[in-house]
Design a protein around this ligand. Structure first.
Ligand code: ZN
Length: 344
């Protein structure tokens, strides 16, 4: 499953991506990580990216797309991926769409993680990181007592919490504004493609994961690619069924003619075997047979029993004269009839 999670900073994309990675065994492709790795390795694209960064320019989309292309050629994305950090604007979305179409790996789902502005602000501006171990806490959602009691694994003392400059209210407001202007238009872009799902990303983390999974399931059902896949699978199944159906009589026919050619000696043997099978089926029927042959035989047997019972009932009916008794008998009769029919 090929997924993009869309959401403002603080919408919980990172947390939910991690959960999807674990649950579905697909990698998270972070363009930030790709960039850092390419620069560190000194790949041709990495060298170009470094030039841009050193010159204080944004790395061109073309370079990032090239890195995504290289990444998608690796075997671990065969079952899909979660794209992280890309696309961030319409131009990138268009370019990504063209690339994925070319590679025959179109997105299955784009999930918008919806969180109210105030909640985003609360989530991010409440963030504090430990200067020693890097653990992140939210002072607005986690009780102070709990944070104080949590000892730092590095120092054994309470964590030394500070607010990263990225997380101050002022910076958060700027980041959210950029998201609204640049990234929000992607929602309409993907809605137009029929692959957008929106979930309420506020509340309990577990519940959000559940909503996300539901959305992904719905997306798989809806995407044209998935529909085509399902159609192909159904066609294949039908073809296989047909092949079996065609094969079955073909197999029987020669067997029949062989049987016809067979001497009279074989016929009783066959009958004997048939009787044996029938006897076995009778036994099995008592225990609740599951095979078709046994079921048929059992049905016949039950039918015969039904006839016998019907006769007995009829006889009994003639003996009893009272109307209520006859009604009861009639009910029994029809019940027996029904049972006979059903078992046949
Ligand atoms: Zn710490």
């Amino acid at each position: 499953m090929r997924i993009v999670l869309l959401g403002a900073p603080g919408s919980g994309k990172g947390t939910q991506s991690q959960r999807l990675v674990k649950e579905h065994g697909i990698p998270q492709i972070s363009t930030g990580d790709l960039l850092r790795a390419a620069v560190a390795k000194g790949t041709p694209l990495g060298v170009r990216a470094k030039e841009a960064m050193d010159a204080g320019r944004l790395v061109e989309d073309e370079i990032v797309l090239g890195m995504i292309r290289e990444r998608l050629a690796e075997p671990d994305v065969a079952n899909g991926f979660i794209l992280d950090g890309f696309p961030r604007n319409l131009l990138q979305a268009d370019a990504l769409d063209a690339l994925l179409t070319e590679l025959g790996q179109p997105l299955d789902a784009v999930v918008q993680m919806d969180v109210e502005y105030d909640e985003l602000m609360r989530r991010i501006s409440g963030r504090r990181s430990c200067a020693d171990c890097g653990a992140v806490f939210n002072v607005l959602t986690t009780p102070a007592q709990q944070i104080e009691n949590d000892k730092c694994p590095k120092t054994g003392e309470p964590h030394k919490l500070f607010q990263r400059p990225d997380d101050t209210e002022e910076t958060v407001a700027k980041r959210l504004k950029v998201y609204e202007e640049k990234t929000r238009p992607l929602i309409d872009f993907y809605r137009g493609k029929g692959i957008l799902q929106t979930i309420n990303a506020e509340g309990d983390v577990e519940e959000i994961t559940e909503r996300l999974e539901e959305a992904l399931q719905a997306a798989t059902v809806q995407t044209p690619a998935a529909a085509a896949k399902r159609k192909a699978a159904a066609k294949k199944k039908a073809a296989a069924k047909k092949a079996v159906a065609e094969k079955a009589p073909a197999r029987k026919a020669p067997a029949k003619s062989a049987a016809q050619k067979a001497t009279a000696k074989k016929a009783p043997a066959k009958t004997a075997a048939g009787l044996k099978r029938a006897a076995a089926a009778k036994k099995a029927a008592g225990k609740g047979a599951t095979t078709k042959a046994a079921g048929k035989t059992a049905g016949k047997k039950a039918g015969a029993k039904g006839t016998r019972r019907r006769t007995a009932v009829a006889k009994a009916g003639r003996k009893t004269k009272s109307a209520p008794a006859r009604r009861t008998l009639a009910k029994k009769k029809s019940a027996v009839k029904k049972a006979g029919k059903r078992s046949r």
